[in-house]
Write a protein that binds this ligand. Structure first.
Ligand SMILES: Nc1ncnc2c1ncn2[C@@H]1O[C@H](COP(=O)(O)OP(=O)(O)O)[C@@H](O)[C@H]1O
Ligand SMILES: [Mg+2]
Length: 275
């Protein structure tokens, strides 16, 4: 079943440029979709339109079958959690515990239930030991994990990450990537992740490629990366395994086109043992 259905969506911040120009796609419940595209291609705008943070000019957005209109806006917003780029702009509590509690308080969750919910989601992102810590004592990765706990506590159906790892150091990036992967494995959440991390893209179910406010490509990572030249023309990176294949070919080693590192290594070992 489609969790997100977008039909002929258009949006502009001002009259001149169409930031989103007649976009249609549908995203299945429980799937993990990455969104890639060069800066300014409309990725964040799409995310904000879906989350009900911007109002469309025309077209249709359906979330879990309900149209995202004035009547359903409040209800739909409750079902979508969004995590942005900058960990500092998202930390609003004075401690980790307060921060996770923030959304729950706004939704009038009784105090008696609150502690249990906070502990459950702090544990999910491995921040249980930091409940009384202040943001100044946390790394960027830890702050983003708290932000994720805060949105998970609201029990959303859809989780959107808008370059949630891009301001983090390598360790922070790895931590958040693992949280996203584990959520995909263990929960039935529909996940949308705007990312520049090609390894993350390779492990997602579907890839949506944005270019100039339009969808340039949408499909499995295997299908999308088949058209390497087109991706390069949009300044997009290709998986390390594919670059490696190209480099090997220059040395006369021809492997099958493959984006999985494991399969590539297997084939390389076979090649090596034959040589
Ligand atoms: N707040 C804004 N006001 C005016 N134009 C904007 C605003 N935010 C984004 N844009 C423009 O809309 C287009 C899409 O931007 P955005 O969705 O942020 O792209 P991306 O997230 O892919 O980098 C760009 O041309 C950008 O300059
Ligand atoms: Mg953006």
């Amino acid at each position: 079943m489609a969790m997100i259905e977008v039909k002929n969506l258009k949006f502009s911040y001002d009259q001149e440029i169409m930031a989103i120009n007649d976009v249609s796609f549908s995203i299945q419940e429980g799937s993990y979709t990455t969104i890639i595209g060069r800066n300014g291609s409309g990725k964040s705008t799409i995310a904000k339109l879906i989350a009900g943070l911007l109002e469309k000019k025309s077209g249709e957005i359906l979330i879990d079958g309900l149209p995202l209109d004035e009547e359903h806006l409040t209800a739909i917003r409750r079902t979508i959690g969004i995590v942005f780029q900058n960990p500092d702009n998202q930390f609003i509590g004075s401690t980790v515990q307060d921060d996770i509690a923030f959304g729950l308080e706004n939704h009038c969750v009784p105090q008696a239930e609150m502690d249990g919910i906070i502990q459950k989601f702090a544990s999910k992102v491995k921040m249980s030991e930091y409940l009384n810590s202040e943001p100044t004592h946390l790394s960027g990765g830890q702050k983003q994990r708290v932000a994720i706990a805060g949105v998970l506590a609201m029990q959303p159906k859809i989780l959107i990450f808008d370059e949630a790892t891009s301001m983090l150091d390598p360790q922070g990036k790895a931590e958040i990537k693992k949280v996203i992967m584990d959520l995909h494995k263990e929960s039935h959440l529909t996940i949308l992740s705007i990312t520049h991390d090609i390894d993350e893209v390779v492990s997602s179910d579907d890839v949506l490629v944005m270019n100039n406010g339009k969808i340039a490509m949408f499909g499995s990572p295997e299908d999308v990366f088949k058209d390497e030249d087109r991706l390069r023309r949009m300044d997009l990176d290709i998986p390390f395994s594919m670059k490696m294949e190209d480099a090997l070919l220059k040395h006369g080693v021809r492997l099958h086109r493959n984006i999985s590192m494991e399969r590539m290594v297997e084939e390389l070992c076979q090649y090596h043992s034959k040589a």
